[in-house]
Design a protein around this ligand. Structure first.
Ligand code: ATP
Length: 264
Protein backbone atom coordinates (compact mmCIF):
# COMPACT_ATOMS: atom_id res chain seq x y z
CA UNK A 1 0.00 0.00 0.00
CA UNK A 2 1.33 3.42 -0.99
CA UNK A 3 1.35 6.70 0.94
CA UNK A 4 0.69 8.51 -2.32
CA UNK A 5 -2.22 8.14 -4.71
CA UNK A 6 -3.57 4.74 -5.70
CA UNK A 7 -6.31 4.21 -8.25
CA UNK A 8 -7.75 0.78 -8.88
CA UNK A 9 -10.19 0.09 -11.70
CA UNK A 10 -11.36 3.70 -11.87
CA UNK A 11 -14.25 3.97 -14.28
CA UNK A 12 -16.34 7.02 -15.13
CA UNK A 13 -19.45 7.08 -17.27
CA UNK A 14 -21.01 10.48 -17.94
CA UNK A 15 -24.83 10.50 -18.32
CA UNK A 16 -25.03 6.78 -17.50
CA UNK A 17 -28.08 5.04 -18.92
CA UNK A 18 -29.03 7.95 -21.17
CA UNK A 19 -28.85 8.17 -24.93
CA UNK A 20 -25.88 10.56 -24.59
CA UNK A 21 -23.93 8.21 -22.30
CA UNK A 22 -20.13 8.57 -22.63
CA UNK A 23 -17.53 6.26 -21.11
CA UNK A 24 -14.83 8.78 -20.17
CA UNK A 25 -12.59 6.49 -18.07
CA UNK A 26 -12.54 2.78 -18.86
CA UNK A 27 -10.42 1.25 -16.17
CA UNK A 28 -7.59 3.24 -14.73
CA UNK A 29 -5.06 1.57 -12.45
CA UNK A 30 -2.43 4.04 -11.34
CA UNK A 31 -0.06 4.63 -8.45
CA UNK A 32 1.61 8.00 -7.94
CA UNK A 33 4.21 8.16 -5.21
CA UNK A 34 4.23 11.03 -2.68
CA UNK A 35 6.20 13.93 -4.23
CA UNK A 36 6.08 12.35 -7.69
CA UNK A 37 5.23 14.79 -10.51
CA UNK A 38 3.30 13.22 -13.39
CA UNK A 39 2.39 15.02 -16.62
CA UNK A 40 -0.57 13.79 -18.68
CA UNK A 41 -1.11 14.20 -22.42
CA UNK A 42 -3.76 12.95 -24.83
CA UNK A 43 -5.96 14.31 -27.58
CA UNK A 44 -9.25 16.09 -27.04
CA UNK A 45 -11.74 13.76 -25.37
CA UNK A 46 -9.09 11.27 -24.18
CA UNK A 47 -10.38 11.52 -20.59
CA UNK A 48 -7.72 13.73 -18.98
CA UNK A 49 -10.10 16.23 -17.38
CA UNK A 50 -12.48 13.44 -16.42
CA UNK A 51 -9.63 11.77 -14.54
CA UNK A 52 -8.86 14.94 -12.58
CA UNK A 53 -12.56 15.58 -11.93
CA UNK A 54 -12.98 12.05 -10.59
CA UNK A 55 -9.96 12.58 -8.31
CA UNK A 56 -11.06 15.98 -7.02
CA UNK A 57 -14.56 14.67 -6.40
CA UNK A 58 -16.10 17.16 -8.86
CA UNK A 59 -17.72 14.09 -10.44
CA UNK A 60 -18.38 10.73 -8.85
CA UNK A 61 -16.59 7.74 -10.33
CA UNK A 62 -18.88 4.98 -11.57
CA UNK A 63 -16.63 2.21 -10.22
CA UNK A 64 -13.19 1.67 -8.73
CA UNK A 65 -11.36 3.00 -5.72
CA UNK A 66 -9.25 6.04 -4.89
CA UNK A 67 -6.77 5.92 -2.02
CA UNK A 68 -4.68 8.88 -0.93
CA UNK A 69 -2.14 8.95 1.88
CA UNK A 70 -3.23 5.46 2.92
CA UNK A 71 -6.90 6.47 3.22
CA UNK A 72 -9.77 5.27 1.06
CA UNK A 73 -11.37 8.52 -0.16
CA UNK A 74 -13.57 6.94 -2.83
CA UNK A 75 -16.76 8.01 -1.10
CA UNK A 76 -15.54 11.39 0.10
CA UNK A 77 -17.39 14.33 -1.45
CA UNK A 78 -15.40 17.14 -3.11
CA UNK A 79 -15.47 19.48 -0.09
CA UNK A 80 -13.93 16.78 2.12
CA UNK A 81 -11.31 15.86 -0.47
CA UNK A 82 -10.36 19.56 -0.63
CA UNK A 83 -8.61 19.11 2.71
CA UNK A 84 -6.09 16.86 0.93
CA UNK A 85 -6.32 17.87 -2.71
CA UNK A 86 -5.64 21.19 -4.45
CA UNK A 87 -7.28 21.40 -7.87
CA UNK A 88 -6.31 24.14 -10.31
CA UNK A 89 -8.16 24.48 -13.62
CA UNK A 90 -7.46 26.41 -16.81
CA UNK A 91 -9.70 29.39 -16.03
CA UNK A 92 -7.77 31.75 -13.70
CA UNK A 93 -11.09 33.17 -12.46
CA UNK A 94 -12.11 29.90 -10.83
CA UNK A 95 -9.24 29.45 -8.36
CA UNK A 96 -9.93 32.41 -6.08
CA UNK A 97 -12.85 34.48 -4.80
CA UNK A 98 -13.03 37.76 -6.80
CA UNK A 99 -14.85 39.78 -4.12
CA UNK A 100 -12.37 38.92 -1.37
CA UNK A 101 -8.98 40.53 -0.94
CA UNK A 102 -5.69 38.84 -1.82
CA UNK A 103 -5.08 38.42 1.91
CA UNK A 104 -8.47 36.86 2.61
CA UNK A 105 -8.06 34.40 -0.25
CA UNK A 106 -4.67 33.35 1.06
CA UNK A 107 -6.04 33.06 4.60
CA UNK A 108 -8.80 30.77 3.36
CA UNK A 109 -6.22 28.59 1.60
CA UNK A 110 -4.11 28.43 4.77
CA UNK A 111 -7.10 27.43 6.83
CA UNK A 112 -8.34 24.82 4.39
CA UNK A 113 -8.78 21.40 5.85
CA UNK A 114 -8.45 22.72 9.38
CA UNK A 115 -12.13 23.48 9.87
CA UNK A 116 -11.59 27.18 10.35
CA UNK A 117 -14.62 28.10 8.29
CA UNK A 118 -14.55 31.59 6.89
CA UNK A 119 -12.68 33.30 9.73
CA UNK A 120 -9.26 34.14 8.33
CA UNK A 121 -6.55 34.66 10.86
CA UNK A 122 -4.66 37.91 10.44
CA UNK A 123 -1.72 37.34 12.72
CA UNK A 124 1.57 39.06 11.90
CA UNK A 125 3.28 35.72 11.29
CA UNK A 126 0.68 34.72 8.74
CA UNK A 127 1.01 38.04 6.98
CA UNK A 128 4.74 37.59 6.81
CA UNK A 129 4.32 34.17 5.22
CA UNK A 130 1.84 35.60 2.72
CA UNK A 131 4.11 38.52 1.81
CA UNK A 132 7.07 36.19 1.48
CA UNK A 133 5.26 33.75 -0.85
CA UNK A 134 3.82 36.57 -2.95
CA UNK A 135 7.18 38.37 -3.21
CA UNK A 136 8.67 35.23 -4.79
CA UNK A 137 6.31 35.70 -7.73
CA UNK A 138 8.00 38.96 -8.68
CA UNK A 139 4.61 40.50 -9.51
CA UNK A 140 4.42 43.04 -6.68
CA UNK A 141 1.38 41.27 -5.20
CA UNK A 142 2.93 41.42 -1.73
CA UNK A 143 2.03 45.13 -1.77
CA UNK A 144 -1.55 44.46 -2.83
CA UNK A 145 -2.78 42.32 0.08
CA UNK A 146 -5.89 44.41 0.54
CA UNK A 147 -6.82 44.62 -3.17
CA UNK A 148 -9.85 42.68 -4.38
CA UNK A 149 -8.73 39.64 -6.37
CA UNK A 150 -11.20 40.54 -9.12
CA UNK A 151 -8.90 43.46 -9.98
CA UNK A 152 -5.95 41.21 -10.85
CA UNK A 153 -4.95 40.10 -14.36
CA UNK A 154 -5.36 36.48 -15.48
CA UNK A 155 -1.66 35.74 -14.96
CA UNK A 156 -1.65 37.37 -11.52
CA UNK A 157 -4.75 35.40 -10.52
CA UNK A 158 -3.36 32.07 -11.70
CA UNK A 159 -0.08 32.81 -9.89
CA UNK A 160 -2.10 33.62 -6.77
CA UNK A 161 -4.03 30.36 -7.18
CA UNK A 162 -0.74 28.47 -7.25
CA UNK A 163 0.43 30.24 -4.08
CA UNK A 164 -2.90 29.34 -2.48
CA UNK A 165 -2.43 25.71 -3.54
CA UNK A 166 0.99 25.67 -1.90
CA UNK A 167 -0.25 27.24 1.34
CA UNK A 168 -2.98 24.63 1.67
CA UNK A 169 -0.24 21.94 1.92
CA UNK A 170 -2.04 19.36 -0.20
CA UNK A 171 -1.19 15.69 -0.47
CA UNK A 172 -2.21 15.81 -4.11
CA UNK A 173 -2.02 18.70 -6.56
CA UNK A 174 -4.17 18.48 -9.69
CA UNK A 175 -3.42 20.88 -12.53
CA UNK A 176 -5.80 20.83 -15.48
CA UNK A 177 -4.23 22.85 -18.30
CA UNK A 178 -3.54 25.54 -15.73
CA UNK A 179 -1.26 27.46 -18.13
CA UNK A 180 -3.64 27.39 -21.10
CA UNK A 181 -5.12 30.88 -20.63
CA UNK A 182 -1.77 32.60 -20.05
CA UNK A 183 0.53 34.35 -22.51
CA UNK A 184 3.79 32.44 -23.18
CA UNK A 185 5.93 34.55 -20.82
CA UNK A 186 3.43 34.33 -17.98
CA UNK A 187 2.90 30.60 -18.69
CA UNK A 188 6.65 30.02 -18.40
CA UNK A 189 6.73 31.93 -15.11
CA UNK A 190 3.75 30.05 -13.65
CA UNK A 191 5.27 26.74 -14.80
CA UNK A 192 8.47 27.64 -12.98
CA UNK A 193 6.39 28.52 -9.93
CA UNK A 194 4.66 25.14 -10.28
CA UNK A 195 7.87 23.10 -10.26
CA UNK A 196 9.15 25.18 -7.35
CA UNK A 197 5.96 24.61 -5.42
CA UNK A 198 5.89 20.87 -6.09
CA UNK A 199 9.45 20.45 -4.82
CA UNK A 200 8.74 22.58 -1.72
CA UNK A 201 5.40 21.05 -0.76
CA UNK A 202 6.48 17.51 -1.74
CA UNK A 203 3.01 16.49 -2.82
CA UNK A 204 2.02 14.04 -5.55
CA UNK A 205 1.19 16.11 -8.64
CA UNK A 206 -0.74 15.40 -11.83
CA UNK A 207 -0.49 18.05 -14.54
CA UNK A 208 -2.63 17.79 -17.68
CA UNK A 209 -1.24 19.71 -20.62
CA UNK A 210 -1.51 19.99 -24.40
CA UNK A 211 1.96 21.49 -24.54
CA UNK A 212 4.20 18.58 -25.51
CA UNK A 213 7.35 20.49 -24.53
CA UNK A 214 5.98 21.13 -21.03
CA UNK A 215 4.90 17.50 -20.74
CA UNK A 216 8.34 16.22 -21.69
CA UNK A 217 10.52 18.67 -19.82
CA UNK A 218 8.53 18.87 -16.59
CA UNK A 219 8.08 16.27 -13.89
CA UNK A 220 9.27 12.72 -13.25
CA UNK A 221 6.93 10.73 -15.43
CA UNK A 222 4.59 11.14 -18.39
CA UNK A 223 1.25 9.40 -18.88
CA UNK A 224 -0.46 9.28 -22.24
CA UNK A 225 -4.24 8.81 -22.37
CA UNK A 226 -6.41 7.74 -25.26
CA UNK A 227 -10.08 6.81 -25.27
CA UNK A 228 -10.40 6.67 -21.48
CA UNK A 229 -7.28 4.56 -20.92
CA UNK A 230 -3.65 5.16 -20.08
CA UNK A 231 -1.78 3.89 -23.14
CA UNK A 232 1.78 4.86 -22.19
CA UNK A 233 3.61 5.47 -18.92
CA UNK A 234 7.06 6.92 -19.51
CA UNK A 235 9.61 7.34 -16.72
CA UNK A 236 11.91 10.36 -16.67
CA UNK A 237 14.81 8.52 -18.39
CA UNK A 238 12.60 7.59 -21.32
CA UNK A 239 10.83 10.93 -21.77
CA UNK A 240 14.01 12.95 -21.44
CA UNK A 241 15.36 11.34 -24.58
CA UNK A 242 12.23 12.17 -26.61
CA UNK A 243 11.37 15.10 -28.86
CA UNK A 244 7.89 16.58 -29.12
CA UNK A 245 7.59 14.91 -32.55
CA UNK A 246 8.44 11.53 -30.94
CA UNK A 247 5.60 12.14 -28.48
CA UNK A 248 3.12 13.04 -31.22
CA UNK A 249 4.22 9.94 -33.20
CA UNK A 250 3.65 7.82 -30.09
CA UNK A 251 0.14 9.24 -29.72
CA UNK A 252 -0.62 8.35 -33.33
CA UNK A 253 0.87 4.91 -32.80
CA UNK A 254 -1.65 4.39 -30.00
CA UNK A 255 -4.43 5.17 -32.42
CA UNK A 256 -5.03 8.65 -31.09
CA UNK A 257 -5.75 10.76 -34.12
CA UNK A 258 -7.90 13.30 -32.36
CA UNK A 259 -7.32 16.95 -33.03
CA UNK A 260 -4.24 18.29 -31.32
CA UNK A 261 -4.38 21.97 -30.46
CA UNK A 262 -2.05 24.18 -32.51
CA UNK A 263 0.33 24.76 -29.61
CA UNK A 264 1.15 21.06 -29.48
N1 ATP B 1 -19.96 16.60 -18.10
C1 ATP B 1 -19.92 15.77 -19.13
N2 ATP B 1 -21.04 15.22 -19.62
C2 ATP B 1 -21.02 14.35 -20.65
N3 ATP B 1 -19.88 13.97 -21.27
C3 ATP B 1 -18.73 14.49 -20.85
C4 ATP B 1 -18.69 15.40 -19.76
N4 ATP B 1 -17.39 15.76 -19.55
C5 ATP B 1 -16.67 15.08 -20.47
N5 ATP B 1 -17.47 14.33 -21.25
C6 ATP B 1 -17.05 13.42 -22.34
O1 ATP B 1 -16.09 12.52 -21.77
C7 ATP B 1 -15.04 12.27 -22.72
C8 ATP B 1 -13.73 12.68 -22.08
O2 ATP B 1 -13.75 14.10 -21.91
P1 ATP B 1 -12.60 14.88 -21.13
O3 ATP B 1 -13.05 16.29 -21.00
O4 ATP B 1 -12.25 14.14 -19.92
O5 ATP B 1 -11.39 14.77 -22.18
P2 ATP B 1 -10.03 15.55 -22.20
O6 ATP B 1 -8.98 14.53 -22.48
O7 ATP B 1 -9.86 16.37 -20.99
O8 ATP B 1 -10.22 16.48 -23.48
P3 ATP B 1 -9.70 17.97 -23.79
O9 ATP B 1 -8.26 17.83 -24.17
O10 ATP B 1 -10.55 18.35 -24.98
O11 ATP B 1 -9.94 18.84 -22.61
C9 ATP B 1 -15.39 13.09 -23.96
O12 ATP B 1 -16.02 12.23 -24.87
C10 ATP B 1 -16.34 14.15 -23.45
O13 ATP B 1 -17.23 14.54 -24.46
Amino acid sequence: MSDGLELAGLRLVHNAGRADEVVALRRIDLTVRPAEFVTVVGSNGAGKSSLLQALSGAVRATAGTVRLGGRDITRWPAHRRASLIAYVVDDPRLGSAPDLSVEDNLALAMGRGRRRGLRPSRTAARRRTMRDRLARLGLGLENRLTDRVGLLSAGQRQSLTMVMAGLSAPRLLLLDEHLAALDPTTAARVLHLTTDLVSTVDCATIMVTHDMEHALRTGDRLLMMSDGRTVADLPRERKNGMSTQDLIDLMEHHGDRGVLPERA
